[in-house]
Design a protein around this ligand. Structure first.
Ligand SMILES: Cc1ncc(COP(=O)(O)O)c(C=O)c1O
Length: 449
Protein backbone atom coordinates (compact mmCIF):
# COMPACT_ATOMS: atom_id res chain seq x y z
CA UNK A 1 0.00 0.00 0.00
CA UNK A 2 1.48 3.41 -0.87
CA UNK A 3 2.48 5.38 2.20
CA UNK A 4 0.25 8.30 1.21
CA UNK A 5 -2.84 6.13 1.78
CA UNK A 6 -1.83 5.70 5.40
CA UNK A 7 -1.38 9.39 5.93
CA UNK A 8 -1.19 10.68 9.48
CA UNK A 9 -3.47 13.45 10.70
CA UNK A 10 -2.12 16.55 9.00
CA UNK A 11 -1.39 19.47 11.25
CA UNK A 12 -0.22 22.03 8.70
CA UNK A 13 -2.28 25.19 8.37
CA UNK A 14 -4.75 24.37 5.61
CA UNK A 15 -2.18 22.51 3.56
CA UNK A 16 -2.52 19.32 1.62
CA UNK A 17 -1.35 15.92 2.76
CA UNK A 18 2.34 15.36 3.11
CA UNK A 19 3.56 13.86 -0.21
CA UNK A 20 5.93 11.31 1.24
CA UNK A 21 5.83 9.06 -1.85
CA UNK A 22 6.91 11.95 -4.09
CA UNK A 23 9.67 12.81 -1.64
CA UNK A 24 10.85 9.21 -1.43
CA UNK A 25 10.99 9.06 -5.21
CA UNK A 26 13.75 11.71 -5.12
CA UNK A 27 16.08 9.39 -3.18
CA UNK A 28 17.39 6.51 -5.29
CA UNK A 29 19.07 4.76 -2.36
CA UNK A 30 15.72 4.17 -0.67
CA UNK A 31 14.98 1.53 -3.30
CA UNK A 32 18.29 -0.32 -2.89
CA UNK A 33 18.04 -3.69 -1.17
CA UNK A 34 20.53 -6.02 0.53
CA UNK A 35 19.61 -9.14 -1.40
CA UNK A 36 15.93 -9.67 -0.69
CA UNK A 37 15.97 -7.38 2.33
CA UNK A 38 14.74 -3.79 2.09
CA UNK A 39 16.57 -1.07 3.97
CA UNK A 40 14.93 1.08 6.61
CA UNK A 41 17.10 4.13 7.17
CA UNK A 42 16.69 5.30 10.76
CA UNK A 43 20.37 6.20 11.11
CA UNK A 44 19.71 9.72 9.82
CA UNK A 45 21.26 11.82 12.62
CA UNK A 46 24.62 10.36 11.57
CA UNK A 47 23.99 11.18 7.91
CA UNK A 48 20.98 11.24 5.60
CA UNK A 49 20.48 9.79 2.13
CA UNK A 50 20.74 12.19 -0.81
CA UNK A 51 18.30 13.07 -3.60
CA UNK A 52 19.23 12.20 -7.19
CA UNK A 53 19.79 15.87 -7.99
CA UNK A 54 22.61 16.02 -5.43
CA UNK A 55 24.57 13.16 -7.03
CA UNK A 56 23.79 14.58 -10.49
CA UNK A 57 25.31 17.92 -9.50
CA UNK A 58 28.61 16.23 -8.59
CA UNK A 59 28.75 14.37 -11.91
CA UNK A 60 27.81 17.57 -13.78
CA UNK A 61 30.56 19.53 -12.04
CA UNK A 62 33.22 17.04 -13.13
CA UNK A 63 31.91 17.03 -16.67
CA UNK A 64 31.45 20.77 -17.19
CA UNK A 65 33.27 22.86 -14.58
CA UNK A 66 36.28 20.96 -13.31
CA UNK A 67 39.03 23.53 -12.79
CA UNK A 68 40.59 25.56 -10.02
CA UNK A 69 39.39 29.07 -9.26
CA UNK A 70 40.55 32.36 -10.74
CA UNK A 71 41.44 31.54 -14.36
CA UNK A 72 40.34 33.23 -17.61
CA UNK A 73 39.09 30.02 -19.27
CA UNK A 74 35.53 28.71 -19.27
CA UNK A 75 35.88 25.83 -16.80
CA UNK A 76 37.55 28.07 -14.22
CA UNK A 77 34.84 30.69 -14.65
CA UNK A 78 32.23 27.93 -14.28
CA UNK A 79 33.96 26.67 -11.12
CA UNK A 80 33.81 30.20 -9.71
CA UNK A 81 30.08 30.27 -10.45
CA UNK A 82 29.65 26.92 -8.69
CA UNK A 83 31.38 28.32 -5.61
CA UNK A 84 29.43 31.56 -5.59
CA UNK A 85 26.08 29.81 -6.17
CA UNK A 86 26.73 27.44 -3.29
CA UNK A 87 27.69 30.19 -0.85
CA UNK A 88 24.60 32.12 -1.95
CA UNK A 89 22.32 29.07 -1.52
CA UNK A 90 23.78 28.25 1.90
CA UNK A 91 23.40 31.89 2.97
CA UNK A 92 19.70 31.76 2.07
CA UNK A 93 19.38 28.42 3.87
CA UNK A 94 20.66 29.80 7.19
CA UNK A 95 18.96 33.17 6.78
CA UNK A 96 22.15 35.18 6.18
CA UNK A 97 21.94 38.35 4.17
CA UNK A 98 25.28 37.84 2.47
CA UNK A 99 27.42 35.00 1.15
CA UNK A 100 30.35 36.80 2.75
CA UNK A 101 29.13 35.33 6.04
CA UNK A 102 29.45 31.71 4.87
CA UNK A 103 32.62 29.64 5.30
CA UNK A 104 32.75 26.02 4.14
CA UNK A 105 35.12 23.26 5.20
CA UNK A 106 35.41 19.48 5.33
CA UNK A 107 33.14 19.06 8.37
CA UNK A 108 31.64 20.90 11.32
CA UNK A 109 34.36 19.52 13.57
CA UNK A 110 37.23 20.66 11.36
CA UNK A 111 35.68 24.13 11.02
CA UNK A 112 35.32 24.31 14.78
CA UNK A 113 38.98 23.38 15.30
CA UNK A 114 39.93 26.08 12.77
CA UNK A 115 37.78 28.74 14.40
CA UNK A 116 38.77 27.74 17.93
CA UNK A 117 42.36 28.47 16.95
CA UNK A 118 41.42 31.91 15.61
CA UNK A 119 39.19 32.71 18.57
CA UNK A 120 41.83 31.45 20.97
CA UNK A 121 43.97 34.47 20.12
CA UNK A 122 41.63 36.70 22.08
CA UNK A 123 41.90 34.56 25.22
CA UNK A 124 44.29 35.57 27.97
CA UNK A 125 45.33 33.40 30.91
CA UNK A 126 42.37 33.01 33.29
CA UNK A 127 39.75 34.07 30.73
CA UNK A 128 36.78 31.73 30.75
CA UNK A 129 34.80 29.78 28.18
CA UNK A 130 31.65 27.74 28.61
CA UNK A 131 30.95 24.36 27.02
CA UNK A 132 27.92 22.19 27.72
CA UNK A 133 27.25 18.68 28.97
CA UNK A 134 24.71 18.35 26.14
CA UNK A 135 26.93 18.87 23.11
CA UNK A 136 28.40 16.52 20.56
CA UNK A 137 32.14 16.33 21.14
CA UNK A 138 32.73 18.30 17.93
CA UNK A 139 31.63 21.36 19.88
CA UNK A 140 33.57 20.47 23.03
CA UNK A 141 37.01 19.01 22.29
CA UNK A 142 38.18 21.89 20.04
CA UNK A 143 37.39 24.33 22.87
CA UNK A 144 39.07 22.17 25.53
CA UNK A 145 42.24 22.05 23.41
CA UNK A 146 42.16 25.80 22.87
CA UNK A 147 41.60 26.45 26.59
CA UNK A 148 44.57 24.26 27.45
CA UNK A 149 46.81 26.10 24.99
CA UNK A 150 45.74 29.56 26.14
CA UNK A 151 45.56 28.86 29.88
CA UNK A 152 41.82 29.58 29.82
CA UNK A 153 39.34 28.26 32.36
CA UNK A 154 36.60 25.86 31.19
CA UNK A 155 33.17 26.12 32.80
CA UNK A 156 30.68 23.31 32.23
CA UNK A 157 27.02 24.08 31.60
CA UNK A 158 24.71 21.19 32.56
CA UNK A 159 21.37 20.33 30.98
CA UNK A 160 18.25 19.79 33.07
CA UNK A 161 17.46 16.08 33.35
CA UNK A 162 13.73 16.77 33.69
CA UNK A 163 13.26 19.23 30.85
CA UNK A 164 16.19 17.81 28.80
CA UNK A 165 17.22 21.36 27.89
CA UNK A 166 19.72 23.90 29.10
CA UNK A 167 17.87 26.18 31.47
CA UNK A 168 18.79 29.88 31.59
CA UNK A 169 19.45 29.77 35.36
CA UNK A 170 22.13 27.15 34.80
CA UNK A 171 23.87 29.58 32.47
CA UNK A 172 23.62 32.37 35.05
CA UNK A 173 25.53 30.13 37.44
CA UNK A 174 28.56 29.78 35.15
CA UNK A 175 28.71 33.19 33.44
CA UNK A 176 31.17 35.71 34.82
CA UNK A 177 32.84 38.93 33.76
CA UNK A 178 35.73 36.79 32.47
CA UNK A 179 33.52 34.73 30.10
CA UNK A 180 34.69 35.24 26.52
CA UNK A 181 32.78 32.47 24.74
CA UNK A 182 29.74 30.21 25.07
CA UNK A 183 29.70 27.10 22.83
CA UNK A 184 26.36 25.30 22.80
CA UNK A 185 24.10 23.25 20.58
CA UNK A 186 20.76 24.11 19.03
CA UNK A 187 19.53 20.51 19.20
CA UNK A 188 21.08 17.43 20.79
CA UNK A 189 22.18 14.52 18.62
CA UNK A 190 21.28 12.12 21.45
CA UNK A 191 18.24 13.42 23.32
CA UNK A 192 16.85 15.42 20.39
CA UNK A 193 15.92 18.36 22.61
CA UNK A 194 16.10 21.89 21.27
CA UNK A 195 17.69 24.67 23.29
CA UNK A 196 16.35 28.19 23.53
CA UNK A 197 19.43 29.56 21.80
CA UNK A 198 17.94 33.03 21.50
CA UNK A 199 17.51 33.40 25.28
CA UNK A 200 20.84 31.77 26.12
CA UNK A 201 22.72 33.89 23.56
CA UNK A 202 21.17 37.06 24.94
CA UNK A 203 22.48 36.27 28.41
CA UNK A 204 25.95 35.42 27.14
CA UNK A 205 26.18 38.54 25.02
CA UNK A 206 25.04 40.66 27.94
CA UNK A 207 28.04 39.30 29.81
CA UNK A 208 30.26 40.28 26.86
CA UNK A 209 30.82 36.76 25.50
CA UNK A 210 30.73 35.54 21.91
CA UNK A 211 28.36 32.67 21.13
CA UNK A 212 29.19 29.67 18.92
CA UNK A 213 26.22 27.46 18.02
CA UNK A 214 26.27 23.89 16.75
CA UNK A 215 23.14 23.58 14.61
CA UNK A 216 24.12 20.28 13.00
CA UNK A 217 21.08 18.41 14.34
CA UNK A 218 18.68 21.31 14.02
CA UNK A 219 19.36 22.01 10.34
CA UNK A 220 17.66 18.91 8.83
CA UNK A 221 14.43 19.54 10.72
CA UNK A 222 13.74 23.25 11.26
CA UNK A 223 14.34 26.53 9.50
CA UNK A 224 17.48 28.28 10.74
CA UNK A 225 17.53 32.04 11.01
CA UNK A 226 21.08 32.54 12.25
CA UNK A 227 21.22 36.36 12.43
CA UNK A 228 18.07 36.52 14.58
CA UNK A 229 19.46 34.16 17.25
CA UNK A 230 21.87 36.68 18.71
CA UNK A 231 24.81 34.33 18.27
CA UNK A 232 28.06 35.13 16.47
CA UNK A 233 28.75 31.80 14.78
CA UNK A 234 26.52 28.92 13.72
CA UNK A 235 27.66 25.67 12.15
CA UNK A 236 25.95 22.83 10.36
CA UNK A 237 26.86 19.87 8.17
CA UNK A 238 25.31 19.38 4.74
CA UNK A 239 25.47 15.58 4.93
CA UNK A 240 22.98 15.69 7.81
CA UNK A 241 20.45 17.57 5.66
CA UNK A 242 20.43 15.44 2.49
CA UNK A 243 23.61 16.91 1.04
CA UNK A 244 27.33 16.19 0.59
CA UNK A 245 30.00 15.76 3.26
CA UNK A 246 30.66 19.43 3.80
CA UNK A 247 30.74 21.60 6.92
CA UNK A 248 29.16 25.04 6.83
CA UNK A 249 29.80 27.98 9.16
CA UNK A 250 27.86 31.21 9.35
CA UNK A 251 29.58 34.10 11.12
CA UNK A 252 28.59 37.69 11.75
CA UNK A 253 30.32 39.71 9.06
CA UNK A 254 31.90 42.23 11.46
CA UNK A 255 33.19 39.44 13.71
CA UNK A 256 34.59 37.47 10.75
CA UNK A 257 36.37 40.61 9.56
CA UNK A 258 38.03 41.22 12.90
CA UNK A 259 38.97 37.63 13.64
CA UNK A 260 42.52 36.50 12.94
CA UNK A 261 42.54 34.28 9.82
CA UNK A 262 45.12 31.53 9.38
CA UNK A 263 45.57 31.94 5.65
CA UNK A 264 48.19 31.73 2.94
CA UNK A 265 49.72 35.07 1.90
CA UNK A 266 48.34 35.27 -1.66
CA UNK A 267 44.73 35.19 -0.38
CA UNK A 268 43.03 38.56 -0.04
CA UNK A 269 41.48 39.76 3.20
CA UNK A 270 37.97 39.72 1.71
CA UNK A 271 35.25 37.48 3.09
CA UNK A 272 34.85 34.58 3.01
CA UNK A 273 38.15 34.14 1.11
CA UNK A 274 40.29 34.95 4.13
CA UNK A 275 38.99 31.77 5.80
CA UNK A 276 39.54 29.52 2.77
CA UNK A 277 42.08 26.93 3.78
CA UNK A 278 43.28 25.66 0.40
CA UNK A 279 41.12 24.82 -2.61
CA UNK A 280 37.47 24.31 -1.68
CA UNK A 281 35.71 21.00 -2.38
CA UNK A 282 34.11 22.42 -5.50
CA UNK A 283 32.18 19.29 -6.54
CA UNK A 284 30.64 19.17 -3.06
CA UNK A 285 29.74 22.83 -3.29
CA UNK A 286 27.87 22.04 -6.52
CA UNK A 287 26.06 19.33 -4.55
CA UNK A 288 25.29 21.76 -1.72
CA UNK A 289 23.43 24.05 -4.12
CA UNK A 290 21.40 21.07 -5.31
CA UNK A 291 20.63 20.20 -1.68
CA UNK A 292 19.13 23.62 -1.08
CA UNK A 293 17.21 23.30 -4.35
CA UNK A 294 15.74 20.10 -2.97
CA UNK A 295 14.25 22.05 -0.04
CA UNK A 296 12.96 24.65 -2.51
CA UNK A 297 11.40 21.85 -4.53
CA UNK A 298 9.57 20.65 -1.40
CA UNK A 299 8.43 24.22 -0.70
CA UNK A 300 7.05 24.41 -4.22
CA UNK A 301 4.83 21.41 -3.49
CA UNK A 302 3.01 23.58 -0.97
CA UNK A 303 2.83 26.91 -2.80
CA UNK A 304 4.43 28.82 -5.61
CA UNK A 305 5.67 32.25 -6.58
CA UNK A 306 7.40 32.82 -3.28
CA UNK A 307 11.07 33.79 -3.11
CA UNK A 308 13.78 31.29 -2.34
CA UNK A 309 13.85 31.75 1.41
CA UNK A 310 10.04 31.61 1.59
CA UNK A 311 10.04 28.33 -0.36
CA UNK A 312 12.56 26.86 2.09
CA UNK A 313 10.43 28.11 4.99
CA UNK A 314 7.34 26.44 3.48
CA UNK A 315 9.29 23.22 3.12
CA UNK A 316 10.29 23.29 6.79
CA UNK A 317 6.73 24.02 7.92
CA UNK A 318 5.60 20.88 6.15
CA UNK A 319 8.58 18.78 7.23
CA UNK A 320 8.30 19.81 10.84
CA UNK A 321 4.64 18.78 10.98
CA UNK A 322 5.31 15.46 9.25
CA UNK A 323 8.35 14.58 11.32
CA UNK A 324 6.61 15.53 14.56
CA UNK A 325 3.78 13.13 13.76
CA UNK A 326 6.29 10.40 12.99
CA UNK A 327 8.12 11.17 16.24
CA UNK A 328 4.88 10.93 18.18
CA UNK A 329 4.16 7.52 16.67
CA UNK A 330 7.67 6.33 17.46
CA UNK A 331 7.60 7.63 21.03
CA UNK A 332 4.15 6.11 21.65
CA UNK A 333 5.39 2.77 20.32
CA UNK A 334 8.55 2.82 22.41
CA UNK A 335 6.72 3.91 25.55
CA UNK A 336 4.50 0.83 25.31
CA UNK A 337 7.48 -1.56 25.32
CA UNK A 338 8.29 -2.96 28.78
CA UNK A 339 11.77 -2.14 30.04
CA UNK A 340 12.32 0.73 27.58
CA UNK A 341 13.30 4.17 28.89
CA UNK A 342 13.29 7.08 26.48
CA UNK A 343 16.22 9.41 27.15
CA UNK A 344 14.61 12.67 26.13
CA UNK A 345 11.32 14.52 25.87
CA UNK A 346 8.44 12.06 25.48
CA UNK A 347 5.42 14.23 26.35
CA UNK A 348 3.27 14.61 23.21
CA UNK A 349 2.52 18.22 24.18
CA UNK A 350 6.24 19.06 24.07
CA UNK A 351 7.21 17.70 20.69
CA UNK A 352 7.89 21.22 19.45
CA UNK A 353 10.84 21.26 21.86
CA UNK A 354 12.59 18.33 20.20
CA UNK A 355 13.76 17.10 16.80
CA UNK A 356 12.70 13.57 15.79
CA UNK A 357 15.84 11.90 17.13
CA UNK A 358 14.74 9.48 19.82
CA UNK A 359 17.16 7.59 22.06
CA UNK A 360 16.33 4.86 24.53
CA UNK A 361 17.85 2.22 26.75
CA UNK A 362 16.44 -1.14 27.81
CA UNK A 363 16.61 -2.41 31.36
CA UNK A 364 18.33 -5.69 30.47
CA UNK A 365 19.22 -5.77 26.76
CA UNK A 366 22.39 -3.89 25.76
CA UNK A 367 21.96 -1.13 23.17
CA UNK A 368 24.58 -2.67 20.88
CA UNK A 369 22.68 -5.95 20.81
CA UNK A 370 19.44 -4.18 19.90
CA UNK A 371 21.15 -2.23 17.09
CA UNK A 372 22.88 -5.38 15.80
CA UNK A 373 19.66 -7.40 15.74
CA UNK A 374 17.73 -4.61 14.03
CA UNK A 375 20.53 -4.39 11.43
CA UNK A 376 19.93 -8.09 10.77
CA UNK A 377 16.37 -7.16 9.82
CA UNK A 378 17.46 -4.30 7.55
CA UNK A 379 16.59 -1.62 10.11
CA UNK A 380 19.52 0.77 10.46
CA UNK A 381 19.92 2.47 13.84
CA UNK A 382 22.88 3.61 15.91
CA UNK A 383 23.91 2.56 19.38
CA UNK A 384 26.52 3.97 21.78
CA UNK A 385 27.22 7.47 23.06
CA UNK A 386 27.08 8.86 19.52
CA UNK A 387 29.87 11.31 20.48
CA UNK A 388 27.53 12.92 23.01
CA UNK A 389 29.91 11.60 25.66
CA UNK A 390 28.89 14.13 28.26
CA UNK A 391 25.22 13.18 28.03
CA UNK A 392 26.06 9.51 28.51
CA UNK A 393 28.16 10.47 31.55
CA UNK A 394 25.54 12.84 32.99
CA UNK A 395 22.89 10.11 32.74
CA UNK A 396 25.31 7.58 34.29
CA UNK A 397 24.88 5.29 31.29
CA UNK A 398 27.38 2.64 30.34
CA UNK A 399 29.47 5.02 28.23
CA UNK A 400 30.31 2.64 25.39
CA UNK A 401 26.92 0.93 25.16
CA UNK A 402 25.09 4.24 25.54
CA UNK A 403 21.65 4.32 23.95
CA UNK A 404 19.82 3.03 20.89
CA UNK A 405 19.22 6.03 18.68
CA UNK A 406 16.41 6.15 16.12
CA UNK A 407 16.55 9.29 14.00
CA UNK A 408 13.75 10.16 11.61
CA UNK A 409 14.05 12.04 8.34
CA UNK A 410 11.67 13.50 5.77
CA UNK A 411 11.51 10.23 3.79
CA UNK A 412 10.57 7.95 6.68
CA UNK A 413 7.05 6.55 6.83
CA UNK A 414 4.58 5.43 9.49
CA UNK A 415 4.95 1.89 8.17
CA UNK A 416 8.70 1.96 8.83
CA UNK A 417 8.04 3.03 12.39
CA UNK A 418 5.43 0.33 12.92
CA UNK A 419 7.80 -2.26 11.49
CA UNK A 420 10.57 -1.09 13.83
CA UNK A 421 8.32 -1.16 16.89
CA UNK A 422 7.11 -4.69 15.99
CA UNK A 423 10.70 -5.83 15.52
CA UNK A 424 11.69 -4.32 18.86
CA UNK A 425 8.71 -5.87 20.56
CA UNK A 426 9.67 -9.31 19.26
CA UNK A 427 13.37 -9.07 19.99
CA UNK A 428 12.85 -7.61 23.45
CA UNK A 429 10.12 -10.11 24.43
CA UNK A 430 12.48 -12.54 26.24
CA UNK A 431 14.09 -9.58 27.99
CA UNK A 432 10.68 -8.16 28.82
CA UNK A 433 9.78 -11.37 30.60
CA UNK A 434 12.94 -10.92 32.65
CA UNK A 435 12.06 -7.25 33.17
CA UNK A 436 8.57 -8.14 34.42
CA UNK A 437 9.94 -10.66 36.91
CA UNK A 438 12.53 -8.18 38.24
CA UNK A 439 9.91 -5.46 38.51
CA UNK A 440 7.60 -7.74 40.49
CA UNK A 441 10.50 -8.81 42.68
CA UNK A 442 11.33 -5.18 43.31
CA UNK A 443 7.77 -4.56 44.40
CA UNK A 444 8.02 -7.54 46.75
CA UNK A 445 4.98 -9.17 45.14
CA UNK A 446 6.71 -12.49 44.38
CA UNK A 447 7.04 -15.26 46.88
CA UNK A 448 10.75 -15.72 47.52
CA UNK A 449 10.67 -19.21 49.04
C1 LIG B 1 25.25 17.74 16.98
C2 LIG B 1 26.46 17.41 16.15
N1 LIG B 1 27.49 18.26 16.13
C3 LIG B 1 28.59 18.03 15.42
C4 LIG B 1 28.72 16.90 14.67
C5 LIG B 1 29.97 16.68 13.89
O1 LIG B 1 29.73 16.99 12.54
P1 LIG B 1 30.84 16.69 11.46
O2 LIG B 1 30.79 15.24 11.18
O3 LIG B 1 30.43 17.53 10.29
O4 LIG B 1 32.14 17.12 12.03
C6 LIG B 1 27.70 15.95 14.65
C7 LIG B 1 27.83 14.70 13.91
O5 LIG B 1 27.17 13.72 14.20
C8 LIG B 1 26.53 16.22 15.42
O6 LIG B 1 25.51 15.37 15.45
Amino acid sequence: MPAEELILPWKGAGMKEFPVDSIRAQFPSLGVTDGERTRTYLDNPAGTQVPQRVSDAIARFFKTSNANLGGYFSTSIAAGDVMFSALRALAVFVGASSEREIVVGPSMTSLTYTFSRSLGRMFGRGDELIVTRMDHDGNISPWLAMAQERGAVVRWLPFDQDTWRIEPEALDAVLSDRTRLLALNYASNLTGSINDVRALSAKARQAGALVYVDAVQYAPHRLIDAPSLGCDFLTCSAYKFYGPHLGVLWGREDVLHELYAYKVRPLTDTLPERFEVGTPQLELLAAATATIEHFEWIGNLFGSGADRRARIAMAFDALCAWESELARRLIDGLTALPGVTIRGISDAAQLHLRVPTVSFTHSSCPSAEIARRLAGLGIFVWSGHNYALEIARSLALDEEDGVVRIGLAQYNTPQEIDKTISALSALLAPHSEHHAVSARQAEGSLSTN
